[in-house]
Design a protein around this ligand. Sequence first.
Ligand SMILES: [Zn+2]
Length: 266
Amino acid sequence: MTPASPAHPIPAPHAVSRLRTARLARSVKPFLARGGPRGARCPGCRLVPSHCICGLCTALPTRAGMCLLMADTEPLKPSNTGWLIADVVADTFAFGWARTEVDPALLALLADPQWQPYVVFPGEFVDPVRVVTQLQPMAVANTQRPLFILLDATWPEARKMFRKSPYLNHLPVLSLQPDQLSRYRLRRSTRDDHFCTSEVAGLCLELAGEAHAAQTLEARLDVFTHHYLQAKHQLPPDLAGAAHQRLSRLRERDGLTGQHAPAGAP
Ligand SMILES: [Zn+2]
């Protein structure tokens, strides 16, 4: 293997990957990513080839779907975690957000009767009549699948997107509760008040009764974060570390027991 080639076969591009490609094609100037590892990136996972994590996880068939509404430059950021959601949740949709236009495919998705869409957003900023804290009975009774709409953006951008997307106004707003958030923090030893998009998606999957997918997404985030930081500091990834072990245990439950060749192994 040459140092420039990724360690694993590159999976077919998912929704976030396709959105990134489309966004790059529209760029008039190159997007300069701040921080993170430098150099060529694997198109499958965005990490430098020596730290590629493609092949460590396959998308899971879940009943819940994810719909990412992404702020303009979000798909271009190497540390964007919406990408990881699309790695794990097979039915992930991704759309770029713009104030003046809306993708007809997004409107069609929101109108598709197989889905019960929820906008995931803090309830304190929303008219209380729209706020729900649990999934609605229709979705629970298996007649509709929950579709979680996540605003993948910085907080100021997300507030603007929420206010200026009239096609979301008729939908219930799923507000994650403080006890759910603090349980999550305890379990993950997260000190930060900020939850990244994939963590929010994990909480939604838990609410939808999809614990295995939620845990797989958390493990995927931990493996990605580990590889990302090791690459940034020009250190090899620890393939026997806690993050890798957890992801392998989850994969064994999927029946995917095949060992992957460690990146950078002789
Ligand atoms: Zn890769």
